[in-house]
Design a protein around this ligand. Structure first.
Ligand SMILES: *Cc1c(COP(=O)(O)O)cnc(C)c1O
Length: 236
């Protein structure tokens, strides 16, 4: 690891900010129904900030970037799971399988194949969620809802990848209430896939909702929420 990277991930926080992160985390956890898992979205945060979130009760760390996660992970202590929540390029599949317990953003059979191949080499089974483009936005990542079952049926037989559920972002919207149709659609798809009983596919996790939208997402059936701003404050 370069000196620069080490410097970048070890920024010291003022004491007040640390107290906030612990308390913010506790408040959110107290607010979540018991069956809902919290993923702390840690992009741009320091090791120290992440450590405080863990002290506050975070057990799943979500990162968007491979290189930053690589630099951060060795410095973070505690029994945490690591989930990849950013856009994953096929050529980073190896590092992704090495670093993460779950890839939440599988958005093509090509990426799934690359993950399966790397996992096979490492003799590790990698858990994944299928990312759904619930807003059907051409510029956004994710599988179109109408193609989801077909894509899942292609991936399911591969031995080193395990489909564990769905993830969605939805379009960028100002009013949290406006997210509801996209969350509803993804939940309906989740139930439909569950009923399809595809071998090797477990519809266990439905990851949707962020700081502004997680309450609506939970009302619509999310059992995993990804939260950054409410824990760490506004990103610089
Ligand atoms: C940053 C991020 C989040 C958290 O967003 P906040 O609005 O800061 O809570 C959730 N999911 C993904 C994929 C993200 O990149």
């Amino acid at each position: 690891m370069s000196q620069n990277t080490a410097d970048r991930v070890c920024i010291t926080l003022p004491k007040t900010r640390i107290m906030d992160i612990i308390q913010n985390t506790k408040n959110i956890l107290a607010d979540l129904p018991a069956k809902v898992s919290l993923v702390a979205a840690v992009k741009t945060q320091s090791v120290e900030a992440v450590q405080e979130a863990i002290q506050g009760g975070v057990t799943i760390v979500g990162h968007n970037y491979i290189q930053e996660a690589q630099a951060m992970k060795p410095h973070v202590t505690g029994k945490t799971k690591w989930h990849f929540i950013g856009h994953l390029q096929t050529n980073k599949a190896k590092q992704a399988v090495e670093l993460f317990d779950m890839i939440q953003t599988v958005d093509s059979t090509r990426l799934a194949k690359a993950l399966n191949n790397q996992a096979q080499k490492m003799r590790k089974k990698i858990d994944v969620l299928i990312e759904i483009n619930s807003g059907r936005e051409p510029q956004k990542d994710g599988i179109m809802p109408e193609n989801a079952i077909n894509v899942i049926e292609q991936i399911a037989p591969w031995d080193f990848i395990r489909i564990k559920g769905l993830m969605t972002m939805g379009p960028w919207l100002d009013d949290p209430e406006d997210y509801r149709p996209y969350f509803k659609l993804t939940k309906e798809l989740f139930e439909k896939i569950k009923k399809s009983d595809i071998p090797n596919v477990e519809m266990k996790y439905l990851s949707m909702g962020m700081t502004d939208s997680y309450k609506v997402a939970i009302e619509e059936g999310a059992n995993m929420v990804r939260i950054g701003t409410s824990i760490f404050g506004t990103r610089r």
